[in-house]
Design a protein around this ligand. Structure first.
Ligand code: M6R
Length: 608
């Protein structure tokens, strides 16, 4: 969690840092700060609260200088407060540090430093780094930082400046993302590309254990032990507007509306006219697939919900058992993994700690690994054997929307490709599914036109205390995603239940008027779901059903019905989730919630 940014050049660093931090707020936003070097002074400003608080302070009292580092925080060690905000400085105020990650052995390091007379001001793990740099500094900042990282255990992307070396900033990474932006007469460091995209498209993506010495006209790349490193420049091929709001009130609704394009971008390059699938560089052959006797799909949150569809499709069409599990539980359940296992990890950010840990565990045990991710150069993309990118473009809102639908499309393509290679799917069925996939972007456009009517629906339920989502089979998977979307942005308590399970306990919570959102898009489960809808309707629930165009039976037991375009059962989640995303968005905005940055959440969860 947390976002870091750094600048060295000729412009006012504070403007660039604040601008960069505004693009990183999705990584955390409970405090923000900068440290600027100028005229042999280090000026540190840091405040609890959103970036706006820091900005207001800088507007009143500018911090002038051309070198600096900045940070936006998602608290782990120590509550959100001014003093716990980054940057952290050494006691003499010469050295400033920003950090994303967790220093796991900070208590031990802190005790040692205290014994040596160092005084700590904050409760953070990061402050040890500032004092360690101080301890090791003997005139060479690069050497000092190299020594510091030898002492550190855990995850870090660090930016370090020292007033005695005003011509450089040092950046180093291990298990937390870090990029270097290459400018002309100026250079940048950042946790993510959007922070520097206004200034440059040329990027170095840092790997674990690498360090960069960033100067105005020069970037020296090395391992943190000083061994030189050569790296290719990655040129960003998407626009800065893609990471900005572009006329929408919020990123969440912008990203919901971008889904037809995101799905098309994910799908089209992978399909040729003959309906053959090209899975980029995925090197899994028919022989490899035949050896695999167990597939694991591991992910967290929304990505896990996408993984559930992957499980259904692979199990059904590829004829291999699939276990889908959340990352934070998987490793502790003594999973049986060996070289005949395939692990598919799904992660928008490609940085989620629990998903990454599962991937590493699978690799250690000799399993084949495949990542479905949205972020090029992310840790997960680099560590997996094969990568399939969801071409959703940058997703800024904390609530995942277009990443989810593109993950569904990606997993569908992967499942169909595997089935085709293994010859476990009939040609006609394969072609039918591919043709259906091609029609999805158009159908998504139709669903987006329902925005006004869904807003009216939102008005009817936005005051509710509890809202339940029910469904059977893959409708239940989508119900889970709909429920997560609603609760995370609106703060209404919500639960998703398998429709048939409701009467085994949860139905006791249904009172007169309790909203129940019932998904009934599966032809083969339609009658059974309709019966479950009737059960809750009879107990006074306000039923909002979601069904396929033409399936009008549900209307008889529903107060409202949302119809999605007709679609083959297996792919219905890619459509049915969208009205639920729109509903969550409108409920949240009607309640005045900060939809793009819900409380207590961060976009990229790099802690376990
Ligand atoms: O970046 P990832 O896809 O690995 O993130 C996993 C979850 O934290 C994420 O899907 C989260 O549940 C969503 N932001 C919720 O909308």
């Amino acid at each position: 969690m947390c976002g870091i940014v750094g600048y060295i050049g000729k412009q006012e660093a504070s403007n660039i840092l604040v601008e960069g931090l505004s693009k990183l707020e999705y990584r955390g936003y409970d405090s923000a700060g900068i440290a600027i070097l100028k005229d042999n002074k280090l000026d540190v400003r840091k405040y609890k609260g959103r970036l706006a608080v820091l900005k207001e302070n800088l507007d009143k009292n500018p911090s002038k200088g051309n070198v600096g580092i900045g940070h936006t925080r998602w608290a782990t060690h120590g509550e959100p407060s001014d003093v716990n905000s980054h940057p952290h400085a050494n006691s003499s105020g010469n050295i400033a540090v920003v950090h994303n990650g967790i220093i796991e052995n900070y208590i031990e390091l802190k005790e040692k430093l205290i014994m040596k007379g160092y005084k700590f001001l904050s409760e953070t793990d990061t402050e040890v780094v500032a004092h360690l740099v101080d301890m090791y500094y003997e005139g060479d900042l690069v050497e000092a930082v190299s020594k510091v990282v030898k002492d550190l255990e855990g995850a870090y992307a660090l930016g370090v400046i020292n007033k005695e070396n005003p011509d450089k900033l040092i950046a180093v990474r291990k298990d937390s993302p870090l990029i270097i932006g290459i400018g002309e007469g100026e250079n940048f460091i950042a946790s993510d590309i959007p922070a520097v995209l206004k200034y440059t498209r040329n990027i170095f993506i840092m790997e674990d254990g690498e360090m960069a010495v960033v100067e105005e006209d020069n970037i020296i790349l090395m391992k943190s032990d000083g061994t030189p490193v050569e790296k290719e420049v990655y040129t960003v091929n998407w626009d800065v507007e893609a990471a900005e709001k572009g006329g929408y009130d919020h990123f969440m609704i912008k990203e919901i509306c971008e889904q037809p394009k995101a799905v098309k971008d994910t799908l089209s390059p992978r399909l040729n006219k003959e309906n053959q699938i090209r899975l980029d560089d995925i090197s899994l052959t028919k022989e490899d697939l035949e050896k695999i006797n167990q597939v694991y799909i591991i992910a967290c949150g929304t990505a896990y919900h996408a993984g559930l569809l992957g499980k259904s499709l692979i199990q059904k069409y590829v004829d291999v058992p699939v276990i889908a599990e959340i990352g934070s539980e998987f490793r502790y359940n003594d999973p049986f993994i060996d070289e005949k296992s395939l692990m598919i990890v799904v992660s928008q950010s490609g940085e989620t700690a629990d998903t990454l840990a599962a991937l590493r565990m699978a690799k250690e045990k000799g399993a084949r690994t495949l990542a479905v991710t949205n972020v090029v150069g992310s840790t997960i993309s680099r560590e997996a054997d094969d990568v399939f990118y969801t071409w959703a473009g940058p997703e800024i809102a904390v609530a995942s929307t277009k990443a989810y639908t593109t993950q569904l499309v990606s997993l569908s393509l992967i499942a169909l490709d595997m089935a085709n290679k293994k010859e476990t799917i009939q040609k006609e069925e394969y072609n039918e599914l591919i043709e259906e996939l091609r029609l999805i972007p158009e159908k998504l456009e139709d669903i987006l036109k329902m925005d006004d009517s869904i807003k009216e629906l939102a008005k009817e339920i936005c005051e509710s205390e509890h809202i339940f989502y029910i469904g059977r089979g893959i409708d239940y998977d989508v119900a889970r995603e709909g429920s997560l979307k609603l609760k995370e942005v609106s703060y209404i308590h919500s639960e998703a239940m398998a429709a048939g399970e409701l009467k085994h306990g949860t139905i006791a919570l249904i009172e007169d008027g309790t909203p129940v959102i019932a998904l009934a898009t599966q032809d083969k489960l339609y009658d059974k779901t309709v019966s479950n809808i009737k059960e809750v309707h009879a107990r006074g629930a306000k039923i909002i059903s979601l069904g396929k165009m033409g399936n009008t039976e549900i209307a008889k037991s529903s107060d409202r019905v949302i119809y999605i375009p007709d679609v083959v059962d297996d792919l219905s989640p890619i459509l049915s989730v969208v009205p639920l995303q729109i509903l969550a968005y409108h409920v949240a905005t009607l309640r005045g919630a900060d939809v793009d940055k819900p409380r207590n959440l961060a976009k990229s969860v790099t802690v376990e």
